[in-house]
Design a binder for this molecule. Structure first.
Ligand SMILES: Nc1ncnc2c1ncn2[C@@H]1O[C@H](COP(=O)(O)OP(=O)(O)OP(=O)(O)O)[C@@H](O)[C@H]1O
Length: 246
């Protein structure tokens, strides 16, 4: 694979609750994500996908083991340093877009720069709006945009700071299948053209087929991975996991 690991987890454990109610959401995960790659994280419901994403992104902490994110260990950082890391080195895209309803598309995209104390350069913002194909909708409010257009705005907002890694949690979960394919093609293009690193949690084998690698979780452990996944290959692997959990 050659590239540099932008995010890695080693012997990562995360438990929730205590006593009889304790759940081991991550049970010793070793996993690296390399620069310029697009990885899909798959697994049955409750297998630990969201926990893995949250811990990898420094939004949650592991109980033991180590996370390295953009060259630093989030567990060793102050809250202030973590806030800066999240703001400047990481982008997030969620199922529900999470745009601010009273701001236009352009203003939503500018927001992370303003929060970082930078004044947005019109050309830079125009470029990222153009890259995601919504330059002509820039003056509209989220309520005036389709779901696919709103997710494009969210992707532009996540990319505008030029993050080292983009985390996406079910980014097509609220979109119809045609719009999902368009958004996934956009994500794949961003990886190919900008060398962006993307880590995506998804339930959908078709979505996973847009990634270069699919990693499978079951009961908090990595149980398999497929390079250049096809929707059929991923669906078959998922069916086996759901019938006989490892
Ligand atoms: N805050 C929490 N408190 C207690 N248990 C939790 C918490 N968050 C997650 N869990 C448990 O940890 C396990 C892994 O959850 P996680 O949300 O990571 O799974 P997932 O694979 O993302 O599931 P889904 O596909 O249903 O979203 C589950 O058994 C879940 O119930």
């Amino acid at each position: 694979m050659g590239g540099r690991a932008v995010v890695s987890l080693s012997a990562a454990y995360r438990k929730y609750g205590s006593g009889e109610n304790q759940v081991t959401a991550l049970a010793g995960v070793d996993l690296s994500f390399f620069s310029g790659t697009f990885t899909a994280i798959m697994g049955p419901s409750g297998s630990g996908k969201s926990t893995l994403l949250q811990c990898a992104a420094g939004l949650d902490r592991v109980d033991s083991g180590q996370v390295l994110l953009a060259g630093t260990d989030p567990a060793r950082m102050s809250e202030t340093a973590l806030t800066v890391l999240r703001r400047e080195k990481i982008g997030f895209v969620f199922q529900q877009f999470n745009l601010l309803p009273s701001l236009t598309a352009r203003q939503n995209v500018e927001l992370p720069l303003r929060l970082a104390g930078r004044s947005p350069r019109r050309d830079d913002v125009d470029q990222v709006l153009k890259d995601v194909g919504i330059r002509d909708r820039a003056g509209h409010l989220p309520s005036e945009l389709s779901g696919g257009q709103q997710q494009r705005v969210a992707i532009a907002r996540a990319l505008v700071t030029r993050p080292e890694v983009l985390f996406a949690d079910e980014p097509t979960g609220a979109l119809d299948s045609k719009t999902s394919r368009d958004v996934l093609s956009l994500m794949r293009r961003i990886v190919a053209e900008r060398g962006q690193t993307i880590i995506m949690v998804t339930h959908d084998p078709v979505a996973a087929s847009y990634a270069g690698r699919a990693v499978f979780l079951a009961d908090g452990r990595i149980v398999d991975e497929i390079d250049r996944p096809t929707a059929e290959g991923v669906a078959a692997r998922m069916a086996r996991l759901e019938v006989t959990p490892c």
